[in-house]
Every structure is written in structure tokens, then in C-alpha cells.
Write a protein that binds this ligand. Structure first.
Ligand SMILES: Cc1ncc(COP(=O)(O)O)c(C=O)c1O
Length: 342
């Protein structure tokens, strides 16, 4: 990114490739990460880009509704509230008593046939609860329900394979587990769906008529025949050049290795926390666990500050401390946590 910016800071040093290669690399790597093809990847600035794309574009038949879970991150709530203002009913399904999305209730809603769109995070942001996407995807398919997934808390440590599990739109930002700069992200839009929907926000870059920047005024309202159709205007090339390197690094390390590594660390962390005054709020059963371990101590702020002093950074969300080891964390880091908590 620094090299890109250095070139950008000098007159006429950027070449034509600087405007295509970072984006092509990101689309290719993002596609490899989720079992898609690069033509199904639209680059955008964050998770909200993909959720809004879905909320604006997916058709919902009269009499059907949109379903989300309560306690979702707001990026996956407000765009649907916006759509509700256009008259499509929105149902926010109550969580179970444990505060996790009530998968039985969500599944029953879809199986009942009246759901046009089901929108969920694959992993919940507060305590890492993992949804059974395979089950929900099968149900959605049977009922012609669109499935929209916010993948930002799983992609990068728990893979989602859209070649195996059908998802209609998958949205993510790059700045968490995918180790990207702020302002990066992508939306996967399933290939068969692309010709059926039009973006709510239309970018000039979405049109082949703009391919020749020496001849932009010969307008032609026809979209690229791939997910570039959903991209909106000039992207932050320098940031995507950085993100391409991160995505390629993750792929090179191997998602399976990363998954095994972070789940092992998370397991150790949850064992340490189980012996600490307070409550582990995450469901650590094999079907539900992720590398996010939620822990509710009596005084979250005090514990967080104490840990920070010892060099252990954790996030505090809704009174819960969030421990989320990634590929760069080690056993030594976990030992440091153990000592700090003791
Ligand atoms: C589940 C989830 N979705 C979305 C976001 C962020 O949304 P955006 O990338 O649009 O800022 C976060 C956290 O920042 C999150 O945890």
C-alpha cells in the first residue's frame, strides 16, 4: 500500500495495471476463499455494501416477509428496516434465552413458506455463535427463500464454501479476520441471480460503455455480465492492493490450518475462562463454536483494562469480553492471558 501511494504521489507514475491488478487479485482471492468464481465477486467498501445491495435488489413477492434475528450486528438490521419502509414486512425473530439466534424458530419461519429473504451473520459478533448454514440453506432453497449472509465474523477463520452451501448474497468487510485495510470488502452474488437483479446504487464502472476512459460520453445502459455490475464508482486501489496481499497470505497459509490453529487456541482460552470468576457466554459445542470466545465477568471494563495493561487486547461488546485469537497468535499469548487473569 505504501508503494502504491508512493507511485500515486508522483506525477504520472501509475500505470494502467495499477487500476486493474489490485482489483483482479482481490476478486480472484476472494473467490478462492469461498469456492466462488471471480465473476461472482463485487468489490465494495465494507459489509454494509453487500447487505444494502441485497436489501435494495432482491425481489420479495407480495405476502412474503424478510426475516432476521434479534441481536444481529446493526449492519444486518438497518438496510432491512429501510426495505421495510418500502412496504416489505420485516420480522425480527427473538433470540433464545441464552441470547443466541433461535435457529429452530428461524428454520420454522422459513419452512412455513412466507419468507422472501432470510438474512443472518454466519457467526454472531458478540460471542461467536455459529449458525448451521447448511441446514438453513437447504430450507431456503426448498422454499425459494433468498439467503443473505453477513460473513465478516467467520471468513478468514471459518470458511464458507458457496459451491457446497447455496447462498444468494454473501457480504463481508475486509478489516477483521480477513486482515484488510478499513474500506475494503466484497459481496458475492450468486451467478444465476445476477441477470435477475439490478443494483440500487448504479456505478459508472458497472457499465462496459465506460471501459474506454477516453470515450465516456457514449452512454449505454447495459451492465457488465458479471458482479462488477454491482460495483459503485472509483475504488480505493491502494487499499485493495494491500488487501490482495492479505487474502493471498491467508490462502497460502491454508484456511484449514488457520481454522485448526485458532480453534485450538480458542479452546484453551475458554478452558482458562471457565476457571475464572464470571461466565463463558459462547456455546463451545463443536457445531456452534468459532474462534470468538465471549466471557461475562462481573466488571467487564475493569478486566479489559487489566488485560490491556498485561498486553492482552480484547474487545468489549454488550458487557461481554470477546477473545478472538487469529493466525498470528501463539501459545505464549495464551499463557500471557492465563497469567494476567490469575
Ligand atoms: C457481524 C458484523 N457485521 C458487520 C460488521 C461491520 O459492518 P461494516 O463492515 O459494514 O462496517 C461487524 C463489525 O464491525 C460485524 O461484527
Amino acid at each position: 500500500m505504501a508503494a502504491y501511494n508512493d507511485r500515486r504521489a508522483e506525477i504520472q507514475r501509475l500505470t494502467a495495471e495499477d487500476f486493474t491488478t489490485p482489483l483482479d487479485r482481490c476478486r480472484r482471492a476472494a473467490a478462492a476463499l469461498i469456492g466462488a468464481s471471480p465473476e461472482e465477486i463485487a468489490l465494495g467498501g465494507n459489509t454494509s455494501f453487500g447487505i444494502n445491495l441485497a436489501a435494495a435488489a432482491l425481489p420479495v413477492e407480495k405476502g412474503r416477509r424478510i426475516v432476521v434475528s434479534d441481536r444481529e450486528f446493526p449492519a444486518n438490521i438497518y438496510p432491512w428496516m429501510r426495505r421495510a419502509r418500502d412496504g416489505v414486512p420485516l420480522e425480527i425473530v427473538r433470540t433464545g434465552e441464552d441470547g443466541h439466534p433461535d435457529e429452530e424458530r428461524l428454520a420454522a419461519a422459513v419452512a412455513g413458506g412466507g419468507v422472501g429473504i432470510l438474512a443472518l451473520s454466519s457467526v454472531q459478533f458478540v460471542d461467536g455463535y455459529r449458525m448451521d448454514l447448511e441446514r438453513l440453506s437447504t430450507l431456503c432453497r426448498e422454499q425459494d427463500t433468498f439467503l443473505v449472509i453477513d460473513g465478516i465474523q467467520s471468513l478468514g477463520h471459518l470458511p464458507i464454501d458457496v459451491s457446497r452451501i447455496r447462498v444468494d448474497v454473501l457480504a463481508t468487510g475486509g478489516h477483521k479476520w480477513l486482515l484488510g485495510p478499513f474500506g475494503t470488502g466484497f459481496a458475492y452474488v450468486r451467478r444465476d441471480l445476477q441477470p435477475r437483479i439490478e443494483p440500487g446504487a448504479v456505478g459508472w464502472t458497472a457499465m462496459p460503455a465506460s471501459d474506454d476512459i477516453g470515450d465516456l460520453l457514449d452512454y449505454g445502459y447495459a451492465f457488465h455480465p458479471d458482479a462488477r455490475k454491482f460495483e459503485v464508482g472509483t475504488p480505493p486501489f491502494q487499499d485493495f492492493s494491500g488487501w490482495a496481499a492479505s487474502l493471498e497470505l491467508l490462502l497460502e497459509e491454508g484456511m484449514e490450518r488457520i481454522r485448526a490453529h485458532v480453534l485450538a487456541l480458542a479452546e484453551e482460552i475458554s478452558e482458562i475462562l471457565a476457571d475464572t470468576p464470571g461466565r463463558v457466554t459462547s456455546d463451545r459445542s463443536p457445531r456452534r463454536r468459532s474462534a470468538i470466545v465471549g466471557f461475562r465477568p462481573r466488571d467487564a471494563g475493569a478486566v479489559r483494562e487489566r488485560l490491556a495493561t498485561a498486553g492482552v487486547q480484547v474487545a468489549e461488546r454488550e458487557g461481554i469480553l470477546r477473545f478472538s485469537p487469529h493466525l498470528y497468535n501463539t501459545r505464549q499469548d495464551v499463557d500471557r492471558l492465563r497469567k494476567a487473569l490469575a
